[in-house]
Design a protein around this ligand. Sequence first.
Ligand code: SF4
Length: 361
Amino acid sequence: MPSQFSDPKLISTLAGQIKSSITRPWNIMEICGGQTHAIMRHGLDQLLPESINLIHGPGCPVCVTSLEAIETALLIARQPNVIFTSFGDMLRVPGSRQDLFSARANGADVRVVYSPMEAVKLAQANPNNQVVFFAIGFETTVPAIASSIQHAKRNNVRNFSILPANVLVPPAMRAILSNSENRVNAFLAAGHVCAVMGFWEYDSIASQYHCPIVVTGFEPVDLLTGILLAVRQLEAGRSEVENAYTRAVSREGNVVAQEMINTVFEPVDRQWRGIGSIPLSGLGLRQDFQEFDATRQFDLRLGNVSESSVCIAGQVLRGISKPFDCPAFARECTPASPLGAPMVSGEGACAAYYRYHKAEL
Ligand code: SF4
C-alpha cells in the first residue's frame, strides 16, 4: 500500500491543480540532486504541463567539489604513511588525469568510510599513519564532521585531519540568481539542508531577487506540493519563502547542530566545480581547530589542472543546459566511464537522465 506521500490519487489531484493554476511558462529549479533523482524515478516531470521547465540545480555534493580539491586529495593520498578516507562516490570523480580509485590501484592507501568518526577511529587504531578525511558535502554533512573534529581534539588524536571542501547552499542560490544567464524563476529548497539550517536565511534571497522559494521534501507528494506552491506564487507575482516540508523542517532548524558547525567552522570563499569561486560559500576551520586542516600539514604544490574539454557540467550545474544538451552524454560519457562528476554521483543530473530517460534519446 502506498504511503500518504506517494498516494496515486493525491499525486493526480496535485498534478491537476498545478495544470489549472498555470497560465504561462515558468522555470523552477530543484536545488538538490536527491530531488532530481526522485522526480525522474517517479516520472513526476511527465505529469507536469509543458509550460513548467524543471531545472536541475547544483545540489550534488560530489559534482560541485572543485577540481583543485580533487587534485589536492590525490596529492595527499599519494604521500607516504597517509590513509586517505572519503565517502564512496568521491573515489570515481575524475580529476585532471586520475581519480582516487586509480590512485588506490597505484598503491595509495585510499579507504571508503561511512562517517567522519570512522576516520577518527582509524587514526586511533593506526598511530603511525596520518588519517585524512575528505570533508565534502552541504550543510547536512557538516555537523558530523564538526563533531568528529571536536572528538579528536578532546581525545588528543593528532594524526587525524580533514581536507576542507564543504559548501553552503544560500551563497550558491545568490550566485545563480545574479548570473546574467540566469533562467530560474523559483527554487525548491532542499528539505534536508533546511532541517539542519532552517530557512530564515532565505527571506533576503526571495525578496532581493523577487524569487519564490519553497522548502520541499523528497516524496512525490512533497515535490508536487512544492511545485504547486511555487507556481501559485509566480502566477500571483509573490516572492516569499514557504515551507512545504513542515514534518521535518522548522524556520529555525536544528539550533544545536548550527552551534556545533559555528564552533568549529567559519565561512570562506570556495571554488565550485564548473561554476567558479563563490564568496563565503564554503566552510574553513576556525583558528582553534586549524591543527586539523590537512592542507597545513603537507607540502602541496598543485600543477596545472584542467577540465575535460567536452564536459559541460558547469552549465548543467547552473541550470543553463540539460544533460541531453551534452554531446558526450551516453556516448563517451556513461556511468561506467564518466567524463564528469554529474555522471558519477548517485545525485548527479547526468546520472539521473542516463538511468531514467536514456531511452528517449
Ligand atoms: S554527460 Fe558527462 S560529459 Fe556531459 S555534462 Fe554530464 S558528466 Fe559532463
